[in-house]
Design a protein around this ligand. Sequence first.
Ligand code: PRT
Length: 106
Amino acid sequence: MTDALSRLATTIAARKGADPDTSWTAKLLARGPEKCAEKFGEEAVEAIIEAVRGDRQKLASEAADVLYHLLVMLAARDVTLDDVLAELDRRDGTSGLAEKAARGTP
Ligand SMILES: N=c1c2ncn([C@@H]3O[C@H](COP(=O)(O)OP(=O)(O)OP(=O)(O)O)[C@@H](O)[C@H]3O)c2ncn1[C@@H]1O[C@H](COP(=O)(O)O)[C@@H](O)[C@H]1O
């Protein structure tokens, strides 16, 4: 599963500085981190709509768009998939409830 994400992240990293006429990713990256963030937000909203509607196939498709645009947004700010996975690893085994209690958040 993470193989596909790793491959995609590698492809996106390789698109940095590529010709925007031949690559959607290069075109998006060339428009800057703010535009990449905006596109991620749009795709997230589309996924939310499908989650509320309950169409599982459309939700899976929108979720794929979200993951792609998340990776592009991260690449635009030089954050790697490994950075994110390391953070997930760090959290592994810590209950969200315990973590929230440790923060003292109600
Ligand atoms: N996973 C994706 C992926 N998901 C979505 N998209 C593109 O994201 C775009 C989003 O579409 P929208 O309709 O939201 O955008 P738009 O309306 O055209 O743009 P705006 O007017 O909003 O600016 C579409 O052009 C999709 O084709 C993707 N483009 C690329 N990939 C992956 O990235 C790889 C590299 O792609 P290129 O960089 O194009 O070579 C591909 O092999 C894929 O694996």
